[in-house]
Design a protein around this ligand. Structure first.
Ligand code: DAH
Length: 332
């Protein structure tokens, strides 16, 4: 009986009232116990009386405590207007980098590119040597590399170009892929640089692929991402894995081309590197460079996101400040 009293859940008015009637009411269990006291043999009567008294106290205490708790709850509710709409639970939003990544994938998906992925811990061959950067090649210094002490052959990939090599090595032609992913560089963290960031690599290999194909694809990408009004320019450049190589700039959207710290007061921002895949790369991966040619490009997702959303400090992407992240709710 004591167990039942203690275990009763009295968190509604109805439960409380049935408890009262069952144990403490004029026709309740305890009243009937007291009534039967006279029938108990005189020798046992005292012990029996003490027992039911104990039960009565337990039931009264339980009842009083539950009633007080319920009353308190009600007073709390009284101040509120019950017809007002409830408070919506907080809902998270997508990270801006994840939004931009999906947008890039969607644009290239429509052109027939599929997504390929590779490991973030990469070996020297895929990150450097196969990309026409043998040991001691000066171009290795273009990217400050994190090496892994357990194995001198391993690095944290410095770019997603390593995935190009992995896909070409599989030997299934033609190839039309994009490779989004995280990359690492040993840089001092600032508004413009971080020790890790994200890139999307693109690779197209087929018969008779030309630089004109590359340009048209990238024009289409920029127009789909930023609109038709944006200025685009190509500049000759150098990458060991492409020949010829170029970099592509677009109008700085932070200052609308007027000049600001982000575009170093030029009005233009570089958004990607690209070029025709160097024949040596094709041969490194077992592809006949006389029959096949291709183009490749690589862009930073942070850079695209900064221009698209007018964000001038790279660190905001990784600080997880809810006031920053909340601004992207509802964007997909
Ligand atoms: N891997 C280069 C970087 O991280 C970007 C790049 C340039 C990728 C030219 C390419 C390319 O595929 O053709 O800076």
């Amino acid at each position: 009986m004591l167990g039942e009293i203690e275990a009763a859940e009295l968190n509604t008015e109805t439960a409380l009232e049935s408890f009262r009637i069952r144990f403490l009411g004029t026709r309740g269990i305890l009243k009937s116990f007291f009534g039967s006291l006279k029938d108990i043999p005189a020798g046992n009567r005292k012990g029996y009386g003490q027992q039911i008294n104990g039960l009565k106290i337990a039931a009264e205490e339980k009842y009083a405590a539950a009633k007080a708790a319920l009353n308190q709850h009600e007073t709390k509710l009284e101040g509120e207007d019950p017809t007002l709409p409830g408070t919506a639970p907080p809902v998270g939003s997508r990270h801006p980098l994840s939004i931009i990544r999906s947008q890039i994938i969607r644009i290239f998906d429509r052109l027939g590119f599929t997504v390929a992925e590779g490991p973030e811990i990469e070996d020297d061959w895929h990150n450097f040597t196969a990309l026409n950067m043998p040991p001691d090649h000066p171009a290795r210094d273009m990217q400050d590399t994190f090496y892994i002490s357990r194995n001198p052959d391993w690095v944290l990939r410095t770019h997603t170009s390593s995935v190009q090599v992995r896909v070409m090595e599989r030997g299934k032609l033609p190839i039309r892929i994009i490779c989004p992913g995280r990359v690492y560089r040993n840089e001092t963290v600032s508004a413009r640089a971080n020790s890790f960031f994200h890139q999307v690599e693109g690779l197209f290999i087929d018969r008779e692929v030309s630089f004109a194909d590359l340009k048209q694809t990238l024009y289409h990408f920029v127009h789909a991402m930023f609109g038709l009004e944006i200025g685009i320019r190509f500049r000759p450049s150098y990458f060991p894995f492409t020949e010829p190589s170029a970099e592509m700039d677009i109008t700085c959207l932070i200052c609308k081309g007027k000049g600001c710290p982000v575009c170093k007061h030029t009005g233009w921002v570089e958004i990607l590197g690209c070029g025709m895949v160097h024949p040596r790369l094709l041969e490194n991966c077992g592809i006949d460079s006389k029959t096949y040619s291709g183009y490749a490009f690589g862009m930073g997702i942070e850079r695209i996101a900064m221009l698209k959303y007018q964000i001038s400090d790279l660190r905001l992407f990784t600080e997880n400040d809810i006031r920053f992240l909340r601004q992207f709710s509802g964007v997909s």
